[in-house]
Design a protein around this ligand. Sequence first.
Ligand SMILES: CC(C)(COP(=O)(O)OP(=O)(O)OC[C@H]1O[C@@H](n2cnc3c(N)ncnc32)[C@H](O)[C@@H]1OP(=O)(O)O)[C@@H](O)C(=O)NCCC(=O)NCCS
Length: 189
Amino acid sequence: MSDGGVVLRRCDGDRVRSDHALRERIAAVYTTVFGEPPYEEPPDRGPRWAHGPLVRHAALPGFELVCAERAGALLGFAYGAIGRDDSWFAGYIRERAPREVAEAWLGGHGELAELAVDPQERGRGVGGALHDAVVEHLEQLGTGRVILVTQRAATAARALYAARGWRDLAELAPGSVLMGLRFTKGDAG
Ligand SMILES: CC(C)(COP(=O)(O)OP(=O)(O)OC[C@H]1O[C@@H](n2cnc3c(N)ncnc32)[C@H](O)[C@@H]1OP(=O)(O)O)[C@@H](O)C(=O)NCCC(=O)NCCS
């Protein structure tokens, strides 16, 4: 990161589930970031997500949230966990991706979710640093491979992922792309 004073803070699932104030701060960034195109989520989506799905995700094995902060202000966040083969998300992928993709990528895989940086803080390496911190965590857990779903129209995120070795695996719905990253060099997957 080129911007001084930015620190990354790692939070485990217990912390996320017990710290209501942290989730409120995450909700505010979520609302700002995902209220923009191409997402255009409604303003109440951030709090509903931060006190609902995020709390459930925080119970997943290997869950870790990484926050980027400057002087206590939250600039962005991302999180990851070990994916469950019997989860709703895995079922969603199995229904929509080619069978060989599901077989090669699901099961003991890592999942990267919700990379978000406040619009005023972009272009200075915060998003890349958050991505790298979560991916490093998932690699250390021995997952071997990580998946995510993103929108084709999310051009900045797509460029960030491509520059870090992610590749497209399948189109799950119009404009919604499953991407994958393998840690082992030479594994064609
Ligand atoms: C994607 C996002 C997190 C990037 O955050 P950021 O702090 O601006 O990213 P960085 O400054 O660390 O840039 C990292 C890389 O991203 C890519 N990138 C970032 N912004 C870009 C843009 N506007 N256009 C093209 N590529 C871009 C580049 O590859 C860049 O590499 P570089 O440093 O060699 O130039 C941010 O744009 C964001 O929050 N977008 C909205 C939310 C979103 O789409 N999240 C993904 C959900 S799956």
